[in-house]
Design a protein around this ligand. Sequence first.
Ligand code: FES
Length: 304
Amino acid sequence: MAVRRLAEIQPESFEFTPENQAWAEKQIAKYPAGRQASAVIALLHRAQRQHDGWLPRPAIEKVAAILDMPDIRVLEIATFYSMFNLKPVGKYFIQMCGTTPCVLRGSDGIKAVLAARIGEQDHVTPDGLFSWLEVECLGACCNAPMVQINDDYFEDLTPENVSTLLDNLAAGRDVKVGSQAGRHTSEPEGGLTTLTGFYGHDGAGPVQPHTSGTGATAPSAVSDQDNVPNEHTHGGVDHARDNTIGKPRGSVADTGTRTDDPVGSNQIESSARTTDAPDQAKERQEQSTRNNPSVPGPAGSPEK
Ligand code: FES
């Protein structure tokens, strides 16, 4: 991170436009009386948007005056956060993530392209189109390496596709935001590998394929792994839905916890009972009621 200083050349003054002034007053009104300083980040950000993407000193002082704060306190905030630009930026302001996951996935190659095409950080190209800055993690690590250009993220970058991206921006062509490798949001490359089936609205597991006497199989959302026959299937006909489908053997109800690997929790024991046959469950409940009269009897049992 470079030292953050105010630009040498500054405008004479700064005023919010009437629309932005009204917007600023709305933000301030969100906070209790005497706490108007809480709106400082919002107002600085609005001032930056109004002033071509960077904050001049008069804008910082204007925000301080509106919020009745000392100039130095607002200056401290503006110089601390990399989201505030203290010098002019290009029409396309590129923030390149240089944090560990992006570095491990090749951000050094992206950095080399930006340096070769645009020049040093914090420097605007002569045509005013580009400037760039290395920043810390922008929260899209699973699609690393990535850059933010103005308000959009561009991910899964390579030196080749980032170079094409710059060409397209310079030529005024439409560009695709998000992954440049064709994946949907942050799904695994090549498509989903998990969560490809449903457990059903009743939580009883994925629906088993039903086979008719003709041997035809009805469509089902179940994966191949889930189609393994179980003890309730005879002759290819599904006679009963098995609550253990798709879960480890010994799974407690729908918790996924194994009864053969107890952790000493009463909750697990009581959950295990839900897998008992109805008459066993009723017997357990009655025994519990006899041992502890404060425990209500099973549904439908006579009041004591
Ligand atoms: S490390 Fe680059 S987005 Fe998180």
